[in-house]
Design a protein around this ligand. Structure first.
Ligand SMILES: Cc1cc2nc3c(=O)[nH]c(=O)nc-3n(C[C@H](O)[C@H](O)[C@H](O)COP(=O)(O)OP(=O)(O)OC[C@H]3O[C@@H](n4cnc5c(N)ncnc54)[C@H](O)[C@@H]3O)c2cc1C
Length: 435
């Protein structure tokens, strides 16, 4: 570490400074741990409206929802760590605003909390449908532990479920409910699950997987309303389908949770705008995780909604609060588990002009490369390529290096199973994410 990486070292060394973290999710929890472990000597206060201690949400739609594991392995830190480390965890409190001139946070109920440095990790909240019956008992959303528990209670074997939207949450819940023995129908506006993110070609593979497991897909249609006397009895679609059911799970994406900051001094645009080092426009205010719209050195401005980013960006923002102003430039990655299939994705591609496949779509074991003018922007592995977080020699880790290198690659090279992606990355000169 060279001197220019560090700003004012005195701040975090002073025991009289207070760091406040708003949001007790994954980003907030990792930031608190990093602050304490890497040198913040003053107070650390965490404020969050959700009960419990910071944990990872992925099992809420998968193993936990199916009753296969608890959340012990998904805690950022064990419960006693917060007290032992002098981190004041205040849950059940809602932040209503921030005065960046007074350096003060307003809580619902009238209390205020002063800060020297502030990190905003408020994540996202589920989009809701403004449709008749959308709030009736039997219609569920999924973000929190309580919501996962509620779906689990309703998910009795033999019950009939409708999934609204087949993005990642919808697809994972559809898979879990089938695994629990429910009848599942999914209504989606596109032609195939996940098509907007992974392409129609790969989406069709996912459609085949879900159909093969007995999910009825109602494609290119939309839910128009939810009907029932006291409890959900059916879902009605725009094209006139009437699907009798016992429960519905709506998974139509999230919005960044910025209500508390609207009309204030912190710049917002599809989340909280931050620079390469997670700093907002306001002095000593930072943001990380699902809520942060980050100026990424490789991809430009982007806001992502993934576990690995929330974890790493939370840590990076904490380091910035400690004065380490190296850009956060992780080549993003995320995963999704559906039935026996594992999907891993690296990079970021909002659009592409070419997709190259290596492997077999028919055998659901392949890599898909998303290119713009021959340059790889993202890569997806279905049951192939390794976990880029742990598998240093895996194909997807090599893809992260290729994405960083930004060199044009030919279709023939990428599609050829004989060409080693690691060697290709070494030639292209893309550096390893280095964990
Ligand atoms: C069911 C489910 C499964 C997922 N599976 C995967 C997966 O397999 N792979 C993957 O990569 N990603 C997955 N994700 C996404 C991943 O969980 C998120 O990217 C991650 O949780 C983001 O963390 P965060 O800390 O930014 O936000 P959050 O986890 O949303 O935490 C934000 C916290 O801030 C609190 N908050 C918001 N506003 C206020 C306020 N005004 N005052 C006080 N507190 C406030 C919220 O209540 C919340 O506790 C999944 C998400 C869900 C919901």
């Amino acid at each position: 570490m060279t001197a220019e990486h560090w700003g004012d070292q005195d701040d975090h060394l002073s025991p009289h400074q207070t760091a406040v973290i708003v949001g007790t999710g994954l980003a907030g929890g990792n930031a608190a741990a990093t602050l304490r472990e890497e040198g913040w000597r003053g107070r650390i206060v965490m404020l969050g409206d959700e009960p419990g201690i910071p944990f990872g949400r992925p099992p809420l739609s998968k193993t936990y929802l199916r009753g296969e594991e608890g959340l012990g392995g998904w805690l950022v830190k064990p419960a006693e760590w917060y007290g032992d480390s002098g981190v004041e965890l205040r849950t059940g409190v809602t932040v209503q605003g921030v005065d960046t001139k007074l350096k003060q946070i307003a809580l619902r109920g009238g209390d205020t909390v002063a800060y020297h440095k502030l990190l905003l990790c408020t994540g996202g909240q589920n989009r809701r449908l403004d449709l008749p019956g959308a709030d009736m008992p039997g219609v569920y959303h999924l973000r929190t532990l309580a919501e996962s528990d509620a779906i689990r209670r309703a998910a009795q074997p033999g019950a009939r479920a409708v999934i609204v939207g087949m993005g990642f949450i919808g697809s994972e819940v559809a898979a879990s409910l089938r695994q629990l023995g429910l009848e599942v129908t999914a209504v989606l506006s596109g032609t195939a699950p996940l098509a907007a993110v992974v392409s129609n070609q790969v989406g069709e593979v996912m459609a085949g997987i879900h159909r093969g497991h007995g999910v009825q897909l109602v494609t290119e249609d939309q839910v128009a309303g939810f009907e029932g006397t006291r409890q959900l009895e059916r879902v009605v679609t725009a094209k006139g389908a009437r699907i009798e059911c016992d429960l519905a799970v709506v998974g139509i994406g999230i919005e960044p949770a910025v209500e508390a900051f609207r009309g204030g001094q912190i710049a917002l645009d599809n989340g909280i705008l931050v620079d390469e080092t997670c700093r907002t426009n306001a002095p000593d205010v930072y943001a990380a995780g699902d809520v942060a719209n980050h100026l990424h050195p490789v991809f430009g401005r982007l806001r992502v909604e993934h576990y690995n980013n929330a974890e790493k960006q939370g840590r990076a923002a904490a380091r910035a609060m400690l004065g380490d102003l190296r850009p956060y430039d992780d080549i993003h990655s995320f995963w999704s588990d559906q039935y026996e299939h594992k999907l891993e994705y690296v990079g970021f591609a909002r659009a592409w002009d070419q997709i190259v496949i290596r492997g077999s779509l028919a055998h659901t074991q392949f890599l898909a490369f998303y290119l713009v003018k021959g340059v790889m922007k993202a890569a997806l592995g279905l049951n192939r390529g390794g976990d880029p977080e742990v598998d240093a020699d895996g194909e997807l880790r090599a893809c992260q290096r290729l994405i960083r290198a930004r060199t044009a690659l030919s279709e023939a090279t990428l599609a050829d199973d004989q060409v080693d992606l690691g060697s290709l990355a070494a030639v292209a000169g893309g550096s390893d994410p280095g964990r």
